[in-house]
Design a protein around this ligand. Structure first.
Ligand code: HAM
Length: 488
């Protein structure tokens, strides 16, 4: 049997990982200058969190999530204690209501107790209680969990859970890490992919926040070395104007239904906005003639969008308006934006984001405004590599070619000292023939080979060989450090 990385997942190896680290570190540095702090989130959450936030009808939730049941162990305790546990356990009630608990006699008994009929069976005495306990064993305490397909929902969950609305000012958080979607893998599209994202949560929906978030994103791209990226923005209205627009759009779509592909036909019912996202060549001319959201925004949304554009101009940010930019997740209101980058083929969206006022409330939190974005790190890295911005591997400074038993201990000590001083050092773990050792130093791309034999140990004079031209000289330990520092 040959083990391989699962389809849609991959290993990121050196030297690529050097570029990954550099990019992620740049994000931390830039985001910090805008007052953002890092939040580290769990990789899995309740399925319901994603379904409710992203929308049960979206592709992400309906087709692409990695979902599994999780079982907690049931601890058997004193009967009355168990009864209390069951009575208090919402998961059990919910599992029973949804037929996830097999209707065995024992389980029925346990549930009967849950439904406050404990007194009627108590008189039966121990046998009934024993059966009850046995029943508890079979109860499915499972809950449905999913690997996160994105992190905005988790950030909102954490915002509520930690009562962050009491914090002063806007709460500004960023995150980075893997996300999971069961999509068809291709260049720039993976099942485990990585995002760098940021969210602003608070009481204000001022367009200046949207513009500053976009400014930060572009400042990061610039520092990371991304060139040729283009920004598109749109407003998709809010709960006052969008429902009406959707009906207008649906009516228009029904008139041209027969000319649309099966996906778009289905979406007329489930989510007409998503038809605007279609890449299908035959549909483009039809879509261009559909009613546009810009003509259906309410006054407040129209003003918000106009102000956003002023704020972008104020910051010298170039953008285009794409009225078809609706995004694939249901939580958006008003501002949406996307950035495409060169060198990526069809999966060229390197970042997507937007406003999601109302999401925190939908998840049971206080009324809160929110905006954020997520960058596809894999795609950002690909674009950097395709445009020649790949990082070079950190070179090996010193290869310690030691020979003879007496040379080993001093070599270990010296290697540690050189590493402490910040040099990259390779120390062979086993003795090697001198020629072979130097050959390996060459192959590893070392700048210097430090030759330590028994003679060198006795004299305290170490031989340093520059591998580029073979030049070599002898140094005391102190002089060696000096010389290496100067050569850095
Ligand atoms: P999203 O558009 O679904 O938005 O994803 C953001 C970015 O993640 C995409 O633009 C793309 O670069 C990358 N991405 C998505 N799926 C894949 C994949 N299968 N393989 C590689 N890269 C991928 C969100 O996730 C929102 N949470 C963004 C957001 C934050 N909105 C507000 N706050």
């Amino acid at each position: 049997m040959k083990f391989q990385a699962i389809k849609g997942t991959r290993d990121i190896l050196p030297p690529d990982s050097i570029l990954w680290n550099r990019v992620e570190q740049t994000a931390c540095d830039v985001f910090a200058t805008y007052g953002f702090g890092e939040i580290r989130l769990p990789i899995f959450e309740q399925t319901e969190l994603f379904a409710r936030s992203i929308g049960a009808e979206t592709d992400v939730v309906s087709k692409e999530m990695y979902t599994f049941e999780s079982y907690d162990n049931v601890r058997i305790g004193h009967p009355q204690e168990m009864v209390d546990i069951v009575r208090a356990n919402e998961a059990v009630k919910e599992a029973w209501a949804n037929n996830r608990i097999p209707r065995t006699d024992e389980n029925c008994l346990a549930i009967a107790i849950l439904h406050q009929t404990f007194d009627s069976i108590k008189d039966e005495g121990a046998p009934a209680l024993l059966r009850f306990l046995h029943g508890l064993h079979n109860i499915d305490f499972g809950q449905s969990l999913s690997l996160r397909p994105e992190a905005t929902a988790s950030v909102c969950r954490a915002y509520i859970e930690h009562g962050m609305q009491t914090l002063p000012g806007n709460v500004k958080l960023y995150y980075m890490g893997p996300m999971f979607r069961r999509e068809r893998p291709q260049k720039g599209r993976y099942r485990q992919f990585y995002q760098i994202g940021a969210e602003v949560l608070g009481q204000s929906d001022a367009p200046a926040i949207d513009a500053e978030v976009i400014e930060m994103l572009l400042a990061f791209f610039e520092k990371a070395g991304l060139s040729g990226a283009t920004l598109s923005v749109n407003s998709i209205g809010d709960k006052n104007c969008r429902p009406q627009y959707i009906e207008t759009l649906r009516a228009a779509l029904l008139k041209v239904k027969d000319h649309l592909g099966p996906d778009s036909q289905r979406r007329i019912e489930t989510n007409p906005l998503r038809v605007l996202d279609s890449k299908l060549h035959e549909e483009q001319a039809i879509i261009e003639k559909l009613p546009r959201i810009a003509d259906h925004l309410c006054d407040a949304c129209r003003a918000h969008f106009a102000k956003l554009q002023d704020e972008l101009k104020l910051r010298g940010i170039a953008y285009e308006i794409n009225w078809r930019l609706v995004r694939g997740l249901d939580y958006y209101t008003r501002t949406t934006f996307e950035i495409v980058a060169p060198g990526l083929g069809s999966q060229n969206a390197v970042c997507g984001g937007g406003r999601y006022d109302g999401l925190v409330e939908l998840l049971g939190g206080p009324p809160t405004k929110g905006i954020g974005f997520a960058i596809g790190t894999d795609r950002l890295i690909l674009s950097l590599q395709e445009t020649g911005k790949a990082a070079a591997a950190k070179s090996l400074d010193v290869y310690v070619a030691w020979m003879g038993e007496k040379a080993y201990a001093p070599s270990v000590t010296l290697a540690r000292k050189l590493r402490d001083a910040g040099f990259a050092v390779e120390l062979p773990p086993e003795e090697m023939k001198f020629k072979k050792s130097l050959g390996l130093a060459d192959k590893l791309g070392a700048r210097f080979a430090l030759i330590i034999g028994e003679d060198e140990v006795a004299s305290g004079q170490l031989t340093l060989k520059r591998l580029a031209d073979g030049e070599q000289s002898k140094y005391s330990e102190a002089a060696l450090l000096e010389h290496l520092r100067a050569a850095r």
